[in-house]
Design a protein around this ligand. Structure first.
Ligand code: ZN
Ligand code: ZN
Length: 446
């Protein structure tokens, strides 16, 4: 088997890459194969900053509002969105390499700082236009709405990513492939995504002169708002200059109410990721005439017949200032259970991403299926679905099997033992819940 080296980032780079503070010197590579998997290696740094935000939030009276149900849903979406890349090569990169190989007009040197900066600007502008189209074309919004579906705004919201978005974003970077080598692009497309993590916070209020040039927490809070003044504004990735240039910039003013204009009120991950597609399909068939049908797909999500391309701002639900995020009551014990199970899952997921090159195909497939099943089952539990008990019972049995056969390897043997005991007790608990539900159901039928 061919051996593939995975370049690891140092701790200093791990922190700096989250703020786009890497230098051309340390992040220029001759080939795509040498480019570190920055995003896959970012998990510990994401967790570190999330913990810091939680601690600072506790210290401040008006700190960030974090709820376990919303938090886990956002992280689940982030994990789910990275899974396709374990099985297929990123479409963004494959399409880019194809255009570079067949249609390039110029071959800029990969080791020049000029090329590096040109790619930085090019990727950031490509992202601006992709993001703007993702809001202005209904069929792209079907994917992107996932990122806006949280009614909270904290670092975990940044990770709430769409699974299907990666199948359309690649188009917007292709002009760069006419001259910028794929290895330079592969670096910047990752840095651009990573930069957008830290701006999802309410803790940073205003950054003075930096607000002129950079996309900041304040600018991006506006982007996540459902107040009328926030709709279709501030699409920037790293630099806010694109919004200022192309007329979509607006500064933060009234208190922002976060989320979609019509909140989805669910934490079940498949619904969060895919619910817009059947809705789009239904609207398409209900629209009268081919022109209206095409408009449903290619105009803004708020468009209705007779309205401007992006719909009418007056049509969105009015805000009262009393809006409360969807947060049905659930017991502290269940919250603790889901959180512990989720932390165990993150460990498996992180190992899968880091070791994907050295794992066998069977292991990658098996562990990917396990991660998906876990996200589903924990989503059912958070959403308090009726069939959550049987799925969780099955999942607990699977964890023990995967650990016994060596597919899941905890850090130390003692931990393996503790996890097995915890999961076995959980399996018994869920079996009892399941039997209980069945007998109650039968009693009701009689
Ligand atoms: Zn957006
Ligand atoms: Zn965002």
């Amino acid at each position: 088997m061919e051996r593939v080296e995975v370049t690891s980032v140092t701790h200093s780079q791990g922190v700096r890459m989250l703020f786009s503070l890497m230098t051309p010197n340390e992040s220029s590579f001759a080939t795509v194969r040498e480019v570190p998997t920055y995003v896959n290696q970012a998990t510990p740094y994401f967790i570190g900053l999330i913990l810091l935000e939680i601690v600072l939030g506790w210290l401040k009276a008006d700190g960030p509002h974090i709820k376990i149900n919303d938090f886990i849903t956002s992280l689940s979406a982030g994990m789910m969105s990275r899974l396709p890349q374990l099985v297929i090569r990123s479409l963004e990169l494959s399409a880019y390499i194809y255009v570079w190989n067949n249609f390039r007009l110029l071959e800029l040197p990969w080791d020049s700082a000029w090329t590096w900066w040109l790619a930085f600007l090019g990727v950031d502008m490509g992202y601006y236009w992709f993001h703007r189209f993702a809001h202005e074309l209904n069929f792209l919004w079907a994917a992107h709405q996932v990122h806006h579906s949280s009614e909270y705004y904290n670092l975990s919201t940044a990770l709430r990513q769409s699974v299907t978005q990666q199948f359309s974003s690649w188009v917007f970077y292709l002009p760069l492939a006419l001259m910028v080598p794929p290895s330079v692009f592969a670096v910047h497309v990752q840095f651009n995504l990573l930069y957008q993590f830290w701006i999802h916070t309410e803790l940073v209020k205003n950054l003075g002169p930096l607000e002129w040039i950079l996309n900041t927490p304040s600018h991006h809070r506006v982007h996540h708002g459902r107040n009328p003044y926030c709709i279709d504004k501030n699409y920037a990735g790293i630099l806010i200059i694109w919004d200022r240039m192309f007329g979509t910039f607006t500064p933060e003013s009234d208190k922002v109410v976060y989320g979609l204009t019509h909140p989805i009120s669910t934490f079940e991950i498949w619904t969060v990721e895919f619910l817009y597609y059947p809705y789009l399909w239904q609207r398409f068939w209900e629209a009268e005439g081919i022109s209206n049908k095409l408009s449903i797909i290619f105009k803004g999500p708020g468009w209705t017949p007779g309205k401007p391309r992006l719909g009418d701002i007056a049509d969105i639900p009015q805000l009262t200032g009393e809006e409360k995020p969807h947060d049905p009551a659930w017991s502290p014990a269940m919250q603790a259970y889901v959180l512990i199970q989720f932390m165990l899952l993150i460990d498996v997921y992180n190992n899968l991403l880091m070791d994907q090159m050295i794992l066998s195909e069977l292991s990658v497939l098996l562990l990917t299926a396990y991660v998906l099943l876990s996200l589903t089952s924990l989503g059912f539990l958070i959403d308090q679905r009726a069939n959550a008990a049987e799925l969780e019972m099955l999942r607990c049995v699977l964890i023990v099997a995967l650990q016994r056969f060596g597919y899941i390897k905890p850090l130390v043997p003692l931990l393996a033992f503790l996890i097995e005991v915890f999961v076995l007790i959980s399996a018994v608990y869920w079996s009892l819940q399941f039997v209980n539900q069945r007998t109650n159901g039968m009693k009701k039928q009689n």
